[in-house]
Design a binder for this molecule. Structure first.
Ligand code: PEP
Ligand code: MG
Length: 572
């Protein structure tokens, strides 16, 4: 039995066999061959097997995530059948008498280098496709397993160094009972997605990959952060009981599904949800969400081989708005960068991607991409209660520029004869400390704020949200963070605007009483956190929590804050 402690990232308990998801070793040696025909034969076999794997993945993705996400695999399948790639590989084998591995690698690299450097987006996307596909074929040639989360067909717990958001999107809930990783934090996007998929997860265990083997039993406790490899029979029984208790607790919470979110004295606060795709709306409604406080639109752009068209985006946004009826839906414009990559944009590697070319910075420069999104949003606005917000705003100038583009596109659409709602609130995320410090100046120009604490904490504390080594500094309850939040809420209210929070902190049991006392108007969280939060808020007095405001804000450490809040709310 091995016990590891990680960071609880998505609640629930998983007990199943380990499925290691690691990058395969694709190293090979270049060899001279006597019989090139045999190598050509091997190449074709590897291509065929890869094609049938890709077909299966495509089908699975289509079912679980929809046509648009499956499209990337159609592009990959095309590459595998493209004579302009295959023929030169065969020629190389025959003319140079080299093994299939060397011919594949060298030819593919030649095309990748060529396409990557072209001044043509379409060709750069092809370079990314070739790169992905050749890895799969190479794994076939070398007879090493190429892990495919989408192909898993028995109950497992995924064990990986890290999972990308697109790996996470491919997980099939029917078989993947949970996951655990070496690195990552509670606010890495794979953790956030695990919560919307309701898959138990523990991240940042530091060394689960070296401490577990394929097929050994593993327990992942996404409530406490414990991970147990090769548990004893007693431990399995104990955790089965915990699993049953958790299910019972969920049923208790579910009783509040259609109840309003009110404090003990009857004050209403808005409890809304964070979503990544239109499919997540079902979970929001099942969990009694009063709206969507953050729709992370970048997932529409990820796991694909090209930018989504205006029509595709219009469909996705309209679908969310229609499903939510008259409930508010806050859509965040594209926030790519950081831990969310778009291979087809071929952005250069950066030393500090979280401080780099991302989100609104990229959108203002690539307004060709941005305008398409704005048009799709504006057109969809007639289908519901849409609010738009811009991510990663650092300066007033950025907000003004983004808003001006929105106004311009609105004018264009109206001229073209489209209908656009007249009633769209336009706000910004407060994720960069600079904006929290002078929130008052921003409050004059925005319709609302949504505080993105996932980033605000990492920038204020200078502690990477993905890095478990510095996770001790990632302190939501640090008085520095609380003072910034207070500043934002006060600024909003002084200008007659509302302030919400869509960072993970909004659903946190210790943070909720504090935020209530600071006067936060809207709490946006993973759908599964809504009912526990509603249960908690019904027992809290806003007035009482507000009376502790000054005392909490003048504390020196996060520990003091936590102790104080626990003491004041313990008996409730
Ligand atoms: C945040 O930074 O708090 C946020 C909600 O945005 P994301 O987690 O997508 O960066
Ligand atoms: Mg953010």
């Amino acid at each position: 039995m091995t016990h590891l402690q990680g960071i609880a990232a998505s609640s629930g308990i998983a007990i199943a066999k380990v499925y290691p998801l690691e990058a395969p070793d694709l190293s090979y040696s270049k060899e001279k061959v006597e019989q090139p025909e045999t190598e050509v034969e091997r190449l074709h076999q590897a291509l065929e097997v890869s094609k049938s794997e890709l077909e299966k993945i495509k089908e699975h993705t289509k079912k679980s995530l929809g046509d648009e996400h499956a499209e990337i695999f159609s592009a990959h399948l095309l590459v595998l059948s493209d004579p302009e790639l295959i023929k030169p590989i065969e020629d190389k084998i025959k003319t140079e008498n080299v093994n299939a591995e060397a011919a594949l690698d060298e030819t593919a690299n030649m095309f990748i280098d060529l396409f990557k450097n072209m001044d043509n987006e379409y060709m750069r996307e092809r370079a990314a496709d070739i790169q992905d596909v050749t890895k799969r074929v190479m794994a076939q040639l070398l007879n090493v397993t190429f892990p495919d989360p989408a192909l898993i067909n028995e109950e497992v717990v995924i064990v990986a160094d890290d999972l990308t958001p697109s790996d996470t999107a491919q997980l099939n809930k029917q078989f993947v009972k949970g996951f655990t990783t070496d690195i990552g934090g509670r606010t890495s996007h794979s953790a956030i997605m695990a919560r919307s998929l309701e898959i138990p997860a523990v991240v940042g265990t530091k060394n689960i990959t070296s401490q577990s083997e394929k097929d050994s039993m593993i327990i992942v406790d996404g409530i406490s952060g414990d991970v147990i490899v090769n548990p004893t029979d007693e431990q399995i029984e104990e955790y089965k009981q915990k699993q049953a208790d958790f299910e019972k607790q969920k049923q208790e919470w579910a009783k509040l599904k259609d109840e309003p979110t009110v404090t003990s004295e009857g004050d209403h606060v808005e409890l809304v949800a964070n979503i990544g795709t239109p499919d997540d709306v079902e979970g929001v409604l099942e969990n009694g969400g009063e709206g969507v406080g953050l729709y992370r639109t970048e997932f529409l752009y990820m796991g694909k081989s090209q930018l989504p068209t205006e029509e595709e985006q219009f469909d996705a946004y309209s679908s969310v708005l229609k499903q939510m009826g008259d409930k508010p839906v806050v859509v965040r414009t594209l926030d790519i960068g950081g831990d969310k990559e778009l291979s087809y944009l071929d952005l250069p590697d950066e030393m500090n991607p979280f401080l780099g070319y991302r989100a609104i910075r990229l959108c203002l420069e690539r307004d060709d991409i941005f305008r398409v999104q704005l048009r799709a949003l504006l057109r969809a606005s007639v289908h519901g209660n849409l609010k738009i917000m811009f991510p990663m705003i650092a300066t007033l100038d950025e907000f003004r520029q983004a808003k001006a583009l929105l106004d311009e596109e609105k004018e264009n659409l109206v001229k073209e004869g489209h209908q656009v709602s007249d009633d769209i609130e336009v706000g910004m995320m407060v994720e960069i400390p600079a904006t929290a410090v002078i929130a008052r100046q921003f409050a004059k120009e925005v319709d609302f704020f949504s505080i993105g604490t996932n980033d605000l904490i990492q920038y204020t504390m200078a502690a990477d949200r993905m890095n478990e080594r510095v996770s001790y500094l990632y302190q939501p309850y640090n008085p520095a963070i609380l003072n910034l939040i207070n500043n934002v809420i006060e600024a909003a209210h002084a200008e007659g605007k509302w302030a919400g929070m869509c960072g993970e902190m909004a659903g946190d049991e210790i943070a909720i009483p504090i935020l209530l006392g600071l006067g936060l108007d809207e709490f946006s969280m993973s759908a599964t956190s809504i009912l526990p939060a509603r249960t908690q808020i019904r027992d809290l007095s806003k007035k009482e929590m507000a009376s502790y405001k000054e005392e909490i804000l003048s504390m020196g450490t996060a520990e003091e804050v936590v102790e104080f809040v626990k003491e004041k709310t313990q008996s409730k």
